[in-house]
Design a protein around this ligand. Structure first.
Ligand SMILES: NC(=O)c1ccc[n+]([C@@H]2O[C@H](COP(=O)([O-])OP(=O)(O)OC[C@H]3O[C@@H](n4cnc5c(N)ncnc54)[C@H](OP(=O)(O)O)[C@@H]3O)[C@@H](O)[C@H]2O)c1
Length: 376
């Protein structure tokens, strides 16, 4: 389709402000669950920005409400730009479509339809019925990517699962003496804190807690908050005074159902926010991770960053449970066949049965390479 200059200007302007909405929404990543992240901008009838806002937390005002209030009378005949289809249902806050209509906004531009069945295309329908012009799907794939955690959860009730590892050029994640600290460089380390800051939960296995004694908190970032930590420890091998249990942010300790009260109480003494998820069905010492993720989804956990050693990584990849695989590759070589490879699974007899990923994104980070991979 050929477009004229005026249409070209409109599209460029819509995309420009949509990107600004994305930036506003990003400020709240990891803070709004179970809601999406949303940013909104009002342009007055002459096309000048006159209000903006973003949704800060579940239960707090929607982005549209803040932007409309800031614009005041300038909403009349103006344009609302927002990254998600405006809501039309009474949730914890009133429907945004009503406010948009009352504010005499002339047109609404949004990036993606809401996947929530209560809103999907219904918000758009109400606006159209009230003679408001609607332009949807502006930078749609970027809008969906921004809210990938929300979209996965709203459609499946399962959180988005990202597996994260740091490895050497020869694919090793730890020495055989279990030393794995400092594989990647300082900048990759900082990036991991950025990731923890936007995921609802960080998950690790008991062996990693035992060997590395990590905190799995966010450090060195302004206005950060800690994710919930989820520790898989069926046999309660982790020490109750491990660093992970020492701070007061939420911890889910996933374990068997048959431990004595005394044993469980040892963990509760050091952390008021520790909660047990006890699994009655454990087969051959293993839990079903899909069931665990369903449980976590019920607790409004929309995203999980798994900081995994080889066994846990193998378990999740072979179970088809990984939505994204983030790999920090450090330019070093251990050259030691006894060192631990990044992923441990059953022996493979045919290359065709390997697990395949596609390259989604990559960047250099300090002296390392950061890959983002998605299952093929
Ligand atoms: N470089 C990196 O990015 C990185 C990241 C993390 C860890 N590491 C290193 O990796 C090593 C540990 O790796 P790992 O894979 O053995 O430990 P892990 O990541 O701690 O995972 C294994 C733990 O999870 C449990 N587990 C796994 N699948 C399970 C299932 N289906 N049900 C119940 N429990 C399950 C295991 O239980 P069982 O003991 O009962 O099998 C074990 O305690 C350490 O040396 C650590 O330093 C490196």
């Amino acid at each position: 389709m050929q477009i004229n200059q005026e249409q070209f200007n409109d599209i460029t302007q819509a995309e420009y402000y949509m990107r600004e909405c994305f930036e506003l929404a990003k400020k709240s990543l990891g803070r709004t669950s179970p809601n999406p992240v949303v940013g909104a901008i009002i342009l007055d009838k002459n096309g000048f920005p006159s209000g903006k806002g973003y949704h800060k937390a579940a239960g707090a005002e929607h982005a549209e409400v803040i932007a409309i209030r800031e614009a005041g009378e300038k909403t009349k005949g103006g344009t609302l730009i927002v990254n998600l289809e405006p809501c039309c249902h009474e949730g914890r806050t009133p429907p945004c479509t009503e406010l948009i209509i009352q504010s005499q906004i002339r047109e609404v531009i949004f990036s993606c339809h809401d996947a929530n069945p209560l809103v999907h295309k219904k918000g758009e329908g109400i606006l159209l019925k009230n003679n408001i012009k609607v332009y949807s799907c502006v930078l749609e794939s970027e809008g969906i990517e921004l809210n990938k955690f929300f979209f996965k959860w709203v459609k499946s009730k399962l959180p988005w699962v990202t597996l994260k590892q740091a490895q050497t050029l020869d694919g090793k994640v730890a020495l055989s003496n279990k030393q794995s600290k400092w594989i990647s460089g300082e900048f990759s380390g900082k990036e991991v804190h950025n990731l923890r800051n936007i995921y609802d939960a960080v998950l690790a296995g008991a062996r990693t807690v035992e060997i590395d004694n990590p905190e799995l908190t966010v450090r060195g970032i302004k206005n950060s908050r800690n994710p919930a930590r989820v520790i898989i420890d069926l046999n309660l091998i982790t020490k109750p005074d491990s660093n992970i249990y020492k701070n007061d942010s939420v911890i889910y300790l996933v374990t068997r159902a048959d431990h004595s009260r005394d044993k469980l109480d040892n963990y509760l003494r050091l952390n008021n926010n520790l909660k047990f998820i006890q699994f009655p069905e454990v087969t051959k010492g293993k839990i079903n991770f899909k069931h665990l993720f369903e449980e976590l989804g019920k607790k409004d956990i929309l995203s999980i960053l798994v900081e995994a050693g080889p066994n846990l990584a193998g378990e999740l990849i072979s179970g088809g449970l990984v939505d994204e695989y983030i790999l920090f590759i450090a330019p070093k070589i251990f050259g030691d066949s006894t060192a631990l490879s990044s992923v441990q699974m059953k022996p493979l007899d045919n290359i065709e049965n390997s697990y395949e990923f596609r390259l989604f994104d990559y960047k250099s980070i300090g002296n390392d390479l950061m890959l983002s991979l998605r299952p093929k």
